[in-house]
Design a protein around this ligand. Structure first.
Ligand code: IDP
Ligand code: MG
Length: 151
């Protein structure tokens, strides 16, 4: 399986509710490698690009407003299968359907306040990482646990 990168962001509700550390800890404990991280308050224009595939949805305007309502913590995580596994760790889009043990299942109630974002495919991850980070913000290093995580 190939090494991949995914874009994960703690949404404004997750930041306000003090869940940044808990969410970061789950990805760290799993063994994924943190490649980039920053706090940012996104502009409307930026969020419209980020969610461009959802522009025709009835909840689009509300989604852009929610995501711009405060700072997010944007991250890039790397590892084997991290795009798909990251989505599993997030849980279903609607926290009402997310299983206990997932981030949304443990920390959220409504779909419009679902705490955390994760790229849904390798292709989306590439687009989203390019939108949120410059190349020099993506850190190249070898994790000291690499040889204990991968055979
Ligand atoms: P995802 O975040 O699990 O990939 P998407 O379908 O890409 O889900 O939707 C993006 C975001 O839009 C969701 O995470 C959620 O915040 C919001 N959203 C999705 N569906 C609804 C809805 O029916 N009402 C309100 N907000 C929604
Ligand atoms: Mg999505």
């Amino acid at each position: 399986k190939a090494m991949e990168r995914t874009f994960i962001a703690v949404k404004p509700d997750g930041v306000q509710r003090g869940l940044v550390g808990k969410i970061v800890a789950r990805f760290e404990a799993k063994g994924f490698k943190l490649v980039a991280m920053k706090m940012a308050t996104a502009t409307e224009d930026h969020l419209k690009k980020h969610y461009s595939d959802l522009s025709s949805k009835p909840f689009f305007a509300g989604l852009v407003k929610y995501m711009g309502s405060g700072p997010v913590v944007a991250m890039v995580w790397e590892g084997q299968g991290v795009v798909k596994t990251g989505r599993v760790m997030l849980g279903a889009t609607n926290p009402a359907d997310s299983l206990p043990g997932t981030i949304r299942g443990d920390f959220g109630i409504q779909v419009g306040r679902n705490v955390c974002h994760g790229s849904d495919s390798v292709e989306s991850a590439t687009k989203e990482i390019g939108l949120w980070f410059t190349d020099c913000e993506l850190n190249a290093y070898t994790s000291c646990s690499q040889s204990w995580l991968y055979e």
